[in-house]
Design a protein around this ligand. Structure first.
Ligand SMILES: NC(=O)c1ccc[n+]([C@@H]2O[C@H](COP(=O)([O-])OP(=O)(O)OC[C@H]3O[C@@H](n4cnc5c(N)ncnc54)[C@H](O)[C@@H]3O)[C@@H](O)[C@H]2O)c1
Length: 486
């Protein structure tokens, strides 16, 4: 099988594709068939060195350009991404296994939104004037950090590359990006498009590899900032390594988010929210509301309607645009999900639907719903990162809020109710970086995205991301005489 827009080499460094066959082989597997569709190579120390040197060399000149000029290049890249959305989406589907129905609307398009948004913001990144007593004053200058390292997860490869690359570049930084070793293809296309749009060589480099390549980047003294999207255990390691070098960090990590459905909720909206928050991208979404707390009065109606709507899921060839549910990203991730399902059954949760691997090729597992789940069960405490919904019962608002917050994570939380006063009360109490009222998993670029507690540090998207890719220099200006004690 061939895919339509095959990158010509493993890495993209200093404005061009780069290969170093001495690196360990990195097979790219199409999750729908299990077939190897390409073999890339992990970055050798020489490739990592070339990327860091290119980034260092290019950054100062880029920072010296006006924000308008930098922004124009990002906005041009956004236009190219939109023009090529279909081919990029097909490649993303080969990389991740996600249905084309999804990748056409949620990956390159989301990446293009970030490029357009931060491109538009680039010219308005300024400091401030601070009047002081005695006619003295100060001003601040917003400056880039320098070389930023981006490290990606495998669920949204194009989006993650753009959500990190666009604000970094808008602020005048250079970036070295390491995609997940499971999905290495699409970030190369992002680099190609950025350079086609006029980005000077060296400013957005892509190097392939697993944790050891990531570690080499994070610990390099030339790197000023690390932005990771990944699991909490990896986040702890990367955060610690970055701290040793006193580097800036953004940590976009995992979650076990609560979704609370009150008796008065619109049933179909609530079921729709629970489906979006558990089964989109076969459940491989960090902010998913996988602990679905359903008030006792609506429980049966909720489960019945959910089962009806799940029967409409079309599972199959992700390239078929009618298909709405694809395979897991890898054999390994499928195994993790199967073990959690077995654990849920062993712990006494009631399997309502799904639970089985599908016969045939590819890493398919049915959308799975457990009911009668209790707070202490492993399936209700640990991030599964697959299509497994846990339905938990509750009776009272105060009780459910305490239980919703009883987790080390704090990425997202949602509430479905027609009582908006109650909705805002719940949201005020949720320990989460992103909350949803009568909705779930919206992630527009204009809105800050990130976690609290173990789910992360910093924010992506929106004006808030600028704070995490720039720093302020304060300049004091004395207008009166200098008074010294002697
Ligand atoms: N909060 C968010 O925005 C967000 C978005 C998507 C996914 N996620 C999380 O990502 C996880 C799934 O992705 P994954 O399995 O790729 O995560 P992972 O933690 O296994 O890997 C993430 C990335 O870190 C790299 N890495 C691993 N060890 C490293 C080390 N010691 N130093 C530097 N880099 C290292 C990996 O190669 C990969 O590129 C889930 O927990 C999910 O919730 C979070």
């Amino acid at each position: 099988m061939t895919y339509p827009t095959q990158p010509t080499s493993s890495h993209f460094v200093n404005g061009a594709y780069l290969e170093d066959a001495a690196g360990a082989a990195l097979p790219v597997i199409y999750p729908a068939t299990g077939q190897v569709i390409a073999t890339l190579h992990e970055a050798t120390p020489a490739v990592i060195e070339a990327a860091l040197i290119a980034a260092r060399d290019a950054q100062a000149e880029w920072a010296a350009m006006s924000g308008t000029e930098r922004g124009r290049i990002l906005r041009r890249a956004a236009d190219i991404m939109r023009d090529r959305n279909r081919e990029l989406s097909i490649l993303e589907t080969y990389d991740t296994g996600k249905p084309l129905q999804e990748t056409l609307v949620a990956d390159a398009t989301s990446g293009a939104d970030a490029l357009e948004y931060f491109g538009g913001l680039a010219a308005s990144l300024t400091g401030e004037h601070i009047p002081l007593g005695g006619g003295n004053w100060a001003y601040t200058v917003r400056q880039p950090l320098g070389v930023c390292v981006g490290i990606g997860a495998w669920n949204y490869p194009t989006q993650i590359a753009c959500w990190k690359g666009a604000p970094a570049l808008a602020c005048g930084n250079a970036m070295v990006f390491k995609p997940s070793e499971t999905t290495p293809l699409c970030a190369l296309k992002v680099a190609e498009i950025l350079h086609e749009a006029g980005l000077p060589a060296g400013l957005f480099n892509v190097v392939q590899g697993a944790g050891d390549v990531g570690r080499a980047l994070v610990t390099d003294a030339r790197v000023d900032k690390v932005s990771l999207t990944g699991s909490v255990p990896t986040g702890r390691k990367v955060y610690a390594a970055a701290a040793a070098g006193m580097k800036h960090v953004t940590m976009e990590l995992g979650g076990k988010s609560p979704l609370v459905i009150f008796d008065d909720a619109d049933l179909d909206d609530a079921v729709g929210g629970a489906i979006l928050g558990n089964f989109y991208s076969s459940g491989q979404v960090c902010s998913n509301g996988t602990r679905v707390f359903v008030q006792k009065g609506i429980k049966q109606a909720f489960l019945t309607r959910l089962a009806e709507r799940l029967a409409d899921a079309k599972i199959g060839d992700p390239m078929d645009e009618q298909v709405s549910f694809g395979p897991m990203v890898s054999e390994g991730q499928l195994g993790i999900v199967e073990r959690y399902i077995a654990k849920g059954i062993e712990e006494g949760a009631r399997l309502v639907t799904g639970g089985k691997r599908l016969d045939g090729q590819g890493y398919y597992i049915e959308p799975t719903v457990f009911a009668d789940v209790t707070d202490e069960m492993v399936i209700a405490r640990e991030e599964i990162f697959g299509p497994v919904m846990c339905v938990l019962d509750f009776e009272a608002e105060a009780e459910v809020l305490t239980r919703a917050n009883d987790t080390e994570y704090g990425l997202a939380a949602g509430v479905f109710t027609r009582d908006l006063t109650r909705a805002h009360r719940m949201v005020a109490g949720f320990q989460a970086g992103t909350c949803f009222i009568n909705s779930y998993n919206d992630a527009p670029v204009e809105v800050p995205f990130g976690g609290v507690k173990a789910s992360g540090v910093g924010r992506e998207n929106s004006k808030a991301a600028i704070e995490h890719y720039s720093q302020l220099k304060s300049v004091f200006v004395r207008m009166d005489r200098v008074e010294a004690p002697f």
